[in-house]
Design a protein around this ligand. Sequence first.
Ligand SMILES: Nc1nc2c(ncn2[C@@H]2O[C@H](COP(=O)(O)OP(=O)(O)OP(=O)(O)O)[C@@H](O)[C@H]2O)c(=O)[nH]1
Ligand SMILES: [Zn+2]
Length: 209
Amino acid sequence: MSLIDTKTKIIEKFPHIFEGDANKVEQAEKIMEALRQLIALCGDDPNRDGLLETPQRVLKAFLEYTEGYQEDPKEHLKKVFDVKHRELVLVKDIEFYSICEHHFAPFFGVAHVGYIPNEKITGLSKIARMVDGYAKRFQVQENLTNQIADAVEEILEPQGTMVVVEAKHMCMCGRGIKKTDAKTTTTAVRGVFADRSDSRMEFLTLLNR
Ligand SMILES: Nc1nc2c(ncn2[C@@H]2O[C@H](COP(=O)(O)OP(=O)(O)OP(=O)(O)O)[C@@H](O)[C@H]2O)c(=O)[nH]1
Ligand SMILES: [Zn+2]
């Protein structure tokens, strides 16, 4: 595939990033050239068949991993319903896939998001969409966890919010310390969950059922 075809394919797949922005197209070309050099530095031939389209694939993959930058994830939560419910709402096992900002290696797992509403209830899928919006960025797990909790707090103004994120980090598997079974759990508590241990217990009991 020629360089022009490659460029056209990327622009077509991500028009919101590239259309009408010659600077970004130029950046994309430089990145693909740098990736060719990376392949050579690692000891392989960027011109061999299997690797020829790899710089383009890598660039496309990164634009997909980080598509959360194209939105404000909090916006999803603004679809609120007039439902009278003032007890815990817990959405468990929201899968996510993110990229560690230190190594650009994936980390992935599940987020559990609970809140005790005041007046505002949002659509359940909107909570999962919001999680995706923050996950699809360069992240550390602690920031991801806090950003999710802060978004629920800001938009739904609930009595409290609690978030638990469990993830496996690829940067700890095939490289570095090489602990393939290690998993990390992070929590964020706000409002009534910060103040009251019985609220945290209710969340954890439901989570572990
Ligand atoms: N707290 C936190 N640390 C993370 C996360 N993702 C990766 N890390 C850690 O970031 C740290 C970066 O450490 P550095 O010493 O700067 O980099 P490094 O030499 O590649 O470190 P090693 O992974 O120990 O080989 C490592 O300890 C990673 O395990 C995360 O989401 N949260
Ligand atoms: Zn990492």
